[in-house]
Design a protein around this ligand. Sequence first.
Ligand SMILES: Nc1ncnc2c1ncn2[C@@H]1O[C@H](COP(=O)(O)OP(=O)(O)OP(=O)(O)O)[C@@H](O)[C@H]1O
Length: 276
Amino acid sequence: MDAVIKMTNLRMRYNDKADYVLKGIDLEIMPGQIIGYIGPNGAGKSTTVKIMLGMIQNYEGDVEIFGENIKTNAVMYKQRIGYVPEVAVIYDSLSGYEYLIFIGELYKLDLKLVEYKAKEMFKLFGIQEALYNRISSYSKGMKQKLLIISSLIHDPDILFFDEPISGLDANSVMVFKEMIKQLSEQGKTIFYSSHIMEVVEKISDRIILLNKGVIAADGDFEMLKEKSKEGSLQDIFNQLTGFNEHEIIAKSLVETIRLNSIGEHDSADTMIQQEV
Ligand SMILES: Nc1ncnc2c1ncn2[C@@H]1O[C@H](COP(=O)(O)OP(=O)(O)OP(=O)(O)O)[C@@H](O)[C@H]1O
């Protein structure tokens, strides 16, 4: 089977003087894989995804999607991908329905089919009453559901999800997880970036850990577990990124929050000195 995404020595820096934020990524992703793409803040996850989406062009190395270099085939492949960004710009003055029709027009879809899918998917996500309301009136979870629906309405072959379940209630999370499992069984490839390790551990059949612009681990959860001799994905994550200071950092944060004046830590000493 051919890789659906292939990166070869992918390197990226945001300007000529800056350090590389991606330092030579080599990856092959097969159709139907659910990739849990994880790593600390600033590791380079969004940069990689933005390159694959064609939002960043000045990278070094090669990226092939559906067997074609995205630099030479810059338009066609985008019809076959869907994206839920971490922070979305969404047109608040439109209704959910108008927004989905707008997306349908962008993708040149049959608008009758878009209308049907919009109604059905709103119903299945339990927000049918909001379809014709302005997006500005939606709750956070309702907006997130709209983003998920809009990323899927054109039945894409690759999905990029960045914290897709943020704001979803527990039942909707279950529906979402089951939906992506079934989509992957039908050959769809899912690239799932999240900091919620329990979810990544459960849904991914391959976990890629990026740290400081390089791949620090790549394998299924069982393999990562053997490699690191640790328990949960969170433990493995901490070990592979060399992080074991959460207690001491939290303690310092609490001390800082509770300060009433600068130098309060030394106040006892100061008082003793004043008395003498
Ligand atoms: N537009 C930009 N201009 C300059 N530097 C940037 C830009 N976007 C990202 N960076 C830098 O690139 C590095 C990687 O950022 P990126 O957003 O890819 O990380 P990430 O792994 O997605 O992090 P997070 O988990 O916080 O979303 C960071 O050091 C960041 O400061």
